[in-house]
Design a protein around this ligand. Structure first.
Ligand code: SF4
Length: 101
Protein backbone atom coordinates (compact mmCIF):
# COMPACT_ATOMS: atom_id res chain seq x y z
CA UNK A 1 0.00 0.00 0.00
CA UNK A 2 1.31 3.40 -0.91
CA UNK A 3 0.89 6.48 1.23
CA UNK A 4 0.00 9.83 -0.20
CA UNK A 5 -0.44 13.20 1.43
CA UNK A 6 -3.79 14.82 0.87
CA UNK A 7 -5.21 18.21 1.54
CA UNK A 8 -6.46 16.79 4.83
CA UNK A 9 -2.80 17.40 5.72
CA UNK A 10 -2.02 13.99 7.01
CA UNK A 11 -0.96 10.76 5.45
CA UNK A 12 -3.79 8.57 4.28
CA UNK A 13 -3.77 5.23 2.54
CA UNK A 14 -3.89 5.66 -1.20
CA UNK A 15 -7.43 4.70 -2.16
CA UNK A 16 -7.66 1.99 -4.78
CA UNK A 17 -9.97 2.33 -6.49
CA UNK A 18 -10.63 5.86 -5.32
CA UNK A 19 -14.34 5.71 -6.01
CA UNK A 20 -14.74 2.96 -3.41
CA UNK A 21 -13.74 5.17 -0.50
CA UNK A 22 -15.95 7.58 1.35
CA UNK A 23 -13.45 10.39 0.79
CA UNK A 24 -13.90 10.11 -2.95
CA UNK A 25 -17.61 10.80 -2.44
CA UNK A 26 -17.07 13.86 -0.25
CA UNK A 27 -18.63 17.13 -1.36
CA UNK A 28 -15.21 18.78 -0.96
CA UNK A 29 -13.46 16.39 -3.36
CA UNK A 30 -13.19 18.95 -6.16
CA UNK A 31 -11.81 21.77 -4.00
CA UNK A 32 -10.37 20.34 -0.78
CA UNK A 33 -8.26 23.45 -0.17
CA UNK A 34 -11.48 25.39 0.45
CA UNK A 35 -11.84 23.34 3.64
CA UNK A 36 -8.83 25.16 5.11
CA UNK A 37 -10.02 28.78 5.28
CA UNK A 38 -7.27 29.99 7.64
CA UNK A 39 -9.65 31.43 10.19
CA UNK A 40 -11.58 33.97 8.15
CA UNK A 41 -15.29 33.92 8.95
CA UNK A 42 -16.50 33.96 5.37
CA UNK A 43 -14.24 31.05 4.44
CA UNK A 44 -15.33 29.05 7.47
CA UNK A 45 -18.99 29.65 6.67
CA UNK A 46 -18.43 28.66 3.04
CA UNK A 47 -16.63 25.47 4.05
CA UNK A 48 -19.41 24.57 6.49
CA UNK A 49 -21.93 25.04 3.69
CA UNK A 50 -20.03 22.51 1.59
CA UNK A 51 -20.23 19.97 4.41
CA UNK A 52 -23.94 20.54 5.04
CA UNK A 53 -25.33 18.27 2.33
CA UNK A 54 -22.23 16.07 2.04
CA UNK A 55 -23.27 12.41 1.66
CA UNK A 56 -20.34 11.16 3.73
CA UNK A 57 -20.53 13.62 6.59
CA UNK A 58 -21.02 10.89 9.20
CA UNK A 59 -18.01 8.93 7.98
CA UNK A 60 -15.96 12.10 7.90
CA UNK A 61 -16.89 12.98 11.48
CA UNK A 62 -16.25 9.42 12.67
CA UNK A 63 -12.84 9.47 11.03
CA UNK A 64 -12.03 12.87 12.52
CA UNK A 65 -12.96 11.60 15.99
CA UNK A 66 -11.09 8.30 15.66
CA UNK A 67 -7.96 10.01 14.35
CA UNK A 68 -8.32 12.98 16.70
CA UNK A 69 -8.09 15.33 13.77
CA UNK A 70 -8.70 18.53 15.68
CA UNK A 71 -6.03 20.83 14.36
CA UNK A 72 -6.74 21.89 10.81
CA UNK A 73 -9.60 22.85 8.58
CA UNK A 74 -13.31 22.21 8.50
CA UNK A 75 -14.44 18.61 8.64
CA UNK A 76 -18.00 17.33 8.87
CA UNK A 77 -19.11 20.93 9.18
CA UNK A 78 -17.06 21.49 12.33
CA UNK A 79 -14.09 23.71 13.10
CA UNK A 80 -11.08 22.22 14.87
CA UNK A 81 -12.33 23.64 18.17
CA UNK A 82 -15.78 22.16 17.64
CA UNK A 83 -14.30 18.77 16.74
CA UNK A 84 -12.10 18.91 19.81
CA UNK A 85 -15.21 19.39 21.93
CA UNK A 86 -16.80 16.36 20.25
CA UNK A 87 -13.68 14.26 20.81
CA UNK A 88 -13.66 15.20 24.51
CA UNK A 89 -17.37 14.43 24.88
CA UNK A 90 -16.95 11.04 23.19
CA UNK A 91 -14.02 10.23 25.50
CA UNK A 92 -16.03 11.35 28.53
CA UNK A 93 -18.98 9.15 27.55
CA UNK A 94 -16.75 6.15 26.84
CA UNK A 95 -15.07 6.55 30.22
CA UNK A 96 -18.45 6.78 31.92
CA UNK A 97 -19.67 3.65 30.11
CA UNK A 98 -16.52 1.71 31.02
CA UNK A 99 -16.86 2.80 34.66
CA UNK A 100 -20.35 1.27 34.79
CA UNK A 101 -19.28 -2.09 33.33
S1 SF4 B 1 -18.14 16.33 5.51
FE1 SF4 B 1 -17.10 18.14 4.71
S2 SF4 B 1 -14.89 17.76 5.00
FE2 SF4 B 1 -15.95 15.81 5.22
S3 SF4 B 1 -15.86 14.85 3.20
FE3 SF4 B 1 -17.81 15.97 3.34
S4 SF4 B 1 -17.44 18.01 2.50
FE4 SF4 B 1 -15.44 17.07 2.93
Amino acid sequence: MTIRHTNFRRATPNPAPAASTWRARGACRDDPDAMFPDGNKEGIAAAKEVCGPCPVRRQCLRDAIETRDTQWGIRAGLTPQERNAVVKEVARRRAKTEAVV
